[in-house]
Every structure is written in C-alpha cells, then in structure tokens.
Design a protein around this ligand. Structure first.
Ligand code: BGP
Length: 464
C-alpha cells in the first residue's frame, strides 16, 4: 500500500448528507433528537444539511481540484442496517460504493469512519451505548462494511471521539440522551472502547491489510500554577480526557490509575468483564486518529457539585463551565485568543500533543483527523475572505511540520471541514468549511479563500 502523506478534509454523515428519509435509510438518534422538543437551543436539523447525499460527486471533484489526496467521511449505520440489527439495505451499500468509487475516480483516498455519533434509534431506545447489546450490533454492522468495502478502503476509523461524544451525552447533557451523570458516562464509554477493539479484531481476522484506528479528541493538559494541587488536577485531567481512551486502544488495556480512581469514587464497574481483556489486547489500533482543536487549561475542582455548561451561544465573552467533582475544573487564560464559541486558539497545542505521543506511544503513527476553526463567515460578492481561518490552519500545519521534523510519525492531516456542515447543537451559523454552503440558496457551494490557500499550500509545501 502506498503510504503517501494524506492531505485532506473531513465530514460526517449526519452533518452533511441530508436525504434523511431516502434510500431506505432508518432513523437515528440524531434524526429523532433534532425533531424533538429537546432540540431547543438552535432548533435546526440535518434533514437536508449540505445535500451531500445527492451532490457527493461535485464535492469529491472539488476536493481533488483543491489538490487534496484524501477525504474522511463517515458511514451512516442506518443506511446499511436501517434498524440497527437485522436486514441489510442494498440501497445503502450501493450509495457508499458510489461514494468510494467516486473518490477512487478522482484519486482521493477515502478514510472511512464507521461510527460518528449517529446511532440507530432502535438501539438508542434500548439503552444505546450503556447496553452491551449495542456492541454486538456494532460488530455485525462493521463486518458488513468490511465485507462490502474492505477491498477498496485502506484507512478505517472505528469510532469518532468516544471521549467528547459521551461527555456531551452524559456530562454537558446536550447530545441525546441528554443526561447529566458521569457514572453512566463511563459505562457508555467503556462499551464504545470495547466496540472499537472488536471492530479492529474482526478486521484483522477477516484478513484485510489496510490501517484501522480510532479517532480520539486529545488535548495537551496545562496548568497556570505549579503547585501540588494543580499538578494533581493535571494528572486527573489527563486520565479523564486522554489516557482513558488513548492507552486503552493503543496499549490494549485500561490504565490502572483510571480503574483505581473510578473504584475510589465508588462506581459500579461490573460491566467490565474479565473476558473483555483479551479483546482489548487483540484490538489495538494501527494508528491513532487525533482531532486537534485546542489544549485544556485545568485547575483543582473546588465546587461541591459537577457543573458542566457548554457555550453554544456564539458569544466569546461567555466561558465554557466545567467543574468536574473529584477530577478537575477548566481554567481560563484571559490572554489567549478565543473563537466566538470560547474555544482557545492555540496552534502550538498540536505540537505539544504530538511530541507527547512520540514519547508515550512511539510505535503508533498519528493522523490528524480533524483540525479547524468555527467562525461566522461573511459572503462579499461571491467571495469569502476568511483570512482568520487561513492564519489558524497555517499555524497548526507549521507546528505539525516541526513535530514531524523532530521525529513524530504523523501520516496525515484533515481539515474540519470539507464544506460548511451541520454543527452539533450549534446549527448552521458556526462554519468550519473550506467551501461555503449557502443553505438558503439550494446549498450552493462557494470555495472560500482558505480553500484556495490550502490548494496552493499542498501544491507547494505539501510534499516537503
Ligand atoms: C468534533 C466532531 C465533529 C465536528 C467538530 C466541531 O468534535 O468530531 O463532528 O462537529 O468537532 O464541533 P462543533 O461543530 O460542535 O463546533
């Protein structure tokens, strides 16, 4: 297999496809949630999104014209097995065959995510990832994908962000099932990690030779004060946000200090079965996909309750609140720049993280599977002058290059996102795309200045 550096961009099915009731597709938890009263913050849906379901060829051509050699997208489980288990949909398989074949036609390497937040509604109603039966169903679903697309796809990602997804589902409570209970969160995350390991194991057993990894939202953890309490908060934050996922999928076992801490908290861990240990061991990843957005600044948690409020207002004067009792709290450096949604802009974070991975996991290649800037973009005479995004991306790729020069085995970089897509909870105003989508004008596509910048960057510097 040709191990070229992947320069690409990324999307996920629910966020871009639309066609929510087409092609025999079943309902997912996100279809249901977006149509429910619970979706009251930015009440929009992914029913149509960017209409990628119908316009994928145009989008893939645009990727190729932009000198990108790779495209990361996800498969909607509900298109392949509409009810989550049981009957397979030929129409859904045909759709993804067309999508993959179109990538190949334009010399664009597909990196396929098997699960990116959208769970079949029937499984969701039976407890979702808190229920071990979902792991069994997932294994059946991924085996269908490997069998149908395994000869054409060289890069697979089992799960997108087990950490952030479950934090939103069971911490912030802003993703379905909208719960605030961290004990339930850890259980759901355990099953996601187990599902990933079972997918890797199945892939290898089926004899495929591509690379299969997991996509982790990872963060360098930093503190503003160097004292014992702060150092303890840093250590706990690192377990909470990083090693609980990364150690598990790379080393093949849960870190001892993680299990010890959950035990200290008195959590029921009976869902961690002895026989799973073999599966985690056999299911270690070929690469780690890293979604690199920011660092986490932490401090000791002094509050008596866990308080988690995400800022999805688009008003940067409001900070995200994260006080996680018995773990850590989010700190703030008033001197760093923030996006309108309060996320720190700190490009060096990717370098710090890559260098840390080089030490911790020297034999595991990294692919930056997402990196991007959410902003309000303005159209001026058919153009979008998003110099702020160019600066952001340039900053990140410069730091990635430095890490590579210093010996980090990084094999690819994907901008989030290929085009503007549905932003979970934030709706359509928070834009990340290299290509603008006019959602009010039949999803018209307009490449932004950042698209042209990326195109030139890959041409001139990409190979070096
Ligand atoms: C990642 C997700 C993506 C994407 C991105 C931006 O966590 O994998 O799906 O949405 O974050 O997040 P948001 O749209 O919430 O700003």
């Amino acid at each position: 297999m040709d191990r070229k550096f992947l320069w690409g961009s990324a999307t996920a099915a629910y966020q871009c496809e639309g066609g929510w009731k087409e092609g025999g597709k079943g309902m997912s938890n996100w279809d249901t949630f977006c149509h429910s009263e619970k979706n009251n913050i930015n009440p929009v849906t992914g029913d149509v999104a960017c209409d990628h379901y119908h316009r994928y060829e145009e989008d893939i051509k645009m990727i190729a014209d932009g000198n990108q050699n790779a495209y990361r997208f996800s498969i909607a489980w509900t298109r392949i097995i509409p009810d989550g288990v049981g009957k397979i949909s030929r129409e859904g398989i045909d759709f993804y065959n067309r999508l993959i074949d179109t990538c190949k036609k334009y010399n664009v390497e597909p990196l396929v995510t098997l699960y990116h937040y959208d769970l079949p509604q029937s499984l969701f109603e039976n407890g979702g990832w808190e229920n071990r039966a979902t792991v069994d169903a997932y294994e059946e679903y991924v085996k269908v994908c490997f069998k149908e697309f395994g000869d054409k796809v060289n890069y697979w990602a089992t799960i997108n962000e087990p950490n952030y997804e479950t934090l939103c589902c069971y911490g912030f409570g802003n993703y379905p099932p909208n719960v605030k209970n961290l004990e339930r969160r850890w259980k759901a995350m355990y099953h996601l990690m187990l599902a990933s390991a079972r997918a890797v194991k199945a892939y290898k057993n089926m004899g495929y030779k591509g690379m299969i990894g997991l996509v982790s939202d990872s963060y360098p953890i930093e503190i503003l004060k160097d004292n014992e309490e702060y150092r303890k908060a840093k250590k706990l934050a690192n377990i909470f946000f990083n090693t609980s996922v990364n150690d598990t999928c790379i080393k093949g076992y849960y870190p001892d200090e993680y299990i010890e801490h959950l035990t200290e908290l008195g959590y029921d861990l009976s869902y961690m079965k002895e026989e799973d240990k073999e599966i985690f061991k056999a299911g270690t990843v070929d690469y780690l996909g890293v979604n690199a957005y920011c660092r986490f600044l932490v401090k000791p948690c002094t509050g008596r309750e866990t308080v988690m409020e995400v800022n999805n207002t688009g008003d940067s004067s409001k900070n995200e609140e994260m006080e996680i009792k018995d773990w850590c709290a989010l700190d703030d450096d008033p001197n760093t720049k923030k996006t309108p949604w309060g996320t720190e802009i700190y490009p060096k974070s990717v370098y710090d993280m890559l260098m840390e991975f080089k030490e911790l996991y020297p034999d595991t290649p990294i692919i930056i599977t997402e990196n991007g800037l959410g902003e309000y973009d303005i159209v001026e005479g058919e153009k979008i002058h998003d110099q702020y995004r160019i600066n952001f991306l340039q900053g990140y790729v410069d730091w990635i290059k430095k890490a590579i020069v210093e010996g980090c085995d990084c094999r690819g970089y994907f901008v989030w996102s290929t085009m503007d897509v549905y932003s979970w909870i934030n709706g359509y105003k928070k834009r990340y795309g290299l290509v603008y989508i006019d959602f009010d004008d039949n999803c018209k596509r307009i490449p932004k200045d950042s698209y042209h910048w990326y195109k030139e960057f890959i041409k001139e510097k990409g190979g070096s």
